[in-house]
Write a protein that binds this ligand. Structure first.
Ligand SMILES: [Zn+2]
Length: 102
Protein backbone atom coordinates (compact mmCIF):
# COMPACT_ATOMS: atom_id res chain seq x y z
CA UNK A 1 0.00 0.00 0.00
CA UNK A 2 1.47 3.38 -0.98
CA UNK A 3 1.29 6.55 1.08
CA UNK A 4 -1.54 7.91 -1.05
CA UNK A 5 -3.59 4.72 -0.95
CA UNK A 6 -4.81 4.98 2.64
CA UNK A 7 -8.04 3.51 3.97
CA UNK A 8 -9.34 7.07 4.38
CA UNK A 9 -8.72 7.75 0.69
CA UNK A 10 -10.53 4.55 -0.17
CA UNK A 11 -13.49 5.51 2.00
CA UNK A 12 -13.66 8.98 0.48
CA UNK A 13 -13.55 7.61 -3.05
CA UNK A 14 -16.25 5.09 -2.20
CA UNK A 15 -18.48 7.72 -0.64
CA UNK A 16 -18.04 9.99 -3.65
CA UNK A 17 -19.14 7.10 -5.85
CA UNK A 18 -22.19 6.58 -3.64
CA UNK A 19 -23.03 10.26 -3.96
CA UNK A 20 -22.97 10.01 -7.72
CA UNK A 21 -24.91 6.74 -7.63
CA UNK A 22 -27.78 8.57 -5.93
CA UNK A 23 -28.81 9.76 -9.39
CA UNK A 24 -30.07 6.23 -9.98
CA UNK A 25 -32.43 6.45 -7.01
CA UNK A 26 -35.66 8.38 -6.79
CA UNK A 27 -34.56 10.42 -3.78
CA UNK A 28 -31.97 12.82 -5.09
CA UNK A 29 -32.41 16.34 -3.78
CA UNK A 30 -35.51 18.25 -4.84
CA UNK A 31 -34.92 20.66 -7.70
CA UNK A 32 -31.96 18.70 -8.98
CA UNK A 33 -32.21 16.94 -12.28
CA UNK A 34 -30.53 13.57 -12.40
CA UNK A 35 -28.58 14.78 -15.40
CA UNK A 36 -26.72 17.69 -13.81
CA UNK A 37 -26.11 15.74 -10.60
CA UNK A 38 -24.71 12.88 -12.67
CA UNK A 39 -22.21 15.20 -14.32
CA UNK A 40 -21.19 17.22 -11.28
CA UNK A 41 -21.68 14.81 -8.40
CA UNK A 42 -21.85 16.28 -4.91
CA UNK A 43 -20.54 19.86 -4.84
CA UNK A 44 -19.82 19.74 -1.11
CA UNK A 45 -18.29 17.09 1.09
CA UNK A 46 -16.62 16.88 4.46
CA UNK A 47 -15.98 14.25 7.08
CA UNK A 48 -18.95 13.78 9.36
CA UNK A 49 -18.87 13.10 13.10
CA UNK A 50 -22.09 11.11 12.81
CA UNK A 51 -21.62 7.33 12.83
CA UNK A 52 -23.53 5.29 10.27
CA UNK A 53 -27.05 4.41 11.44
CA UNK A 54 -26.72 0.95 9.93
CA UNK A 55 -23.14 -0.30 10.37
CA UNK A 56 -21.71 2.34 12.77
CA UNK A 57 -18.86 3.11 10.38
CA UNK A 58 -17.44 6.50 9.39
CA UNK A 59 -19.60 8.72 7.23
CA UNK A 60 -19.18 11.71 4.94
CA UNK A 61 -21.42 14.74 4.76
CA UNK A 62 -22.29 15.40 1.12
CA UNK A 63 -24.15 18.26 -0.43
CA UNK A 64 -25.60 19.62 -3.60
CA UNK A 65 -26.78 23.23 -3.69
CA UNK A 66 -28.77 23.75 -0.44
CA UNK A 67 -29.22 20.05 0.27
CA UNK A 68 -27.01 18.21 2.75
CA UNK A 69 -27.01 14.55 3.58
CA UNK A 70 -24.87 11.96 5.37
CA UNK A 71 -23.62 8.93 3.45
CA UNK A 72 -21.86 5.76 4.56
CA UNK A 73 -19.86 3.44 2.35
CA UNK A 74 -22.41 0.67 3.10
CA UNK A 75 -25.02 2.71 1.22
CA UNK A 76 -26.85 4.16 4.24
CA UNK A 77 -27.84 7.81 3.87
CA UNK A 78 -29.78 10.28 6.01
CA UNK A 79 -30.64 13.95 5.79
CA UNK A 80 -28.09 16.23 7.44
CA UNK A 81 -29.08 19.03 9.76
CA UNK A 82 -29.02 22.38 8.03
CA UNK A 83 -27.15 24.40 10.64
CA UNK A 84 -26.49 27.48 8.53
CA UNK A 85 -29.39 29.88 8.00
CA UNK A 86 -30.08 30.50 4.34
CA UNK A 87 -30.43 34.27 3.78
CA UNK A 88 -31.57 33.83 0.18
CA UNK A 89 -34.39 31.51 1.21
CA UNK A 90 -35.46 33.82 4.08
CA UNK A 91 -35.52 36.74 1.66
CA UNK A 92 -37.60 34.83 -0.86
CA UNK A 93 -40.09 33.78 1.82
CA UNK A 94 -40.39 37.35 3.13
CA UNK A 95 -40.95 38.66 -0.38
CA UNK A 96 -43.61 36.00 -1.07
CA UNK A 97 -45.47 36.99 2.10
CA UNK A 98 -45.40 40.65 1.07
CA UNK A 99 -46.75 39.82 -2.37
CA UNK A 100 -49.57 37.76 -0.85
CA UNK A 101 -50.51 40.66 1.45
CA UNK A 102 -51.03 43.08 -1.42
ZN1 LIG B 1 -22.72 2.02 7.11
Amino acid sequence: MSMTDTPADFIHATLRAIGKARRDMSNYPPGVTGNEFAIAGPDYEKESDLPCGKCGGPTMELGYRHERWIACQCGWTTDAEEDEPDPDRAYDEARDRMMLDE
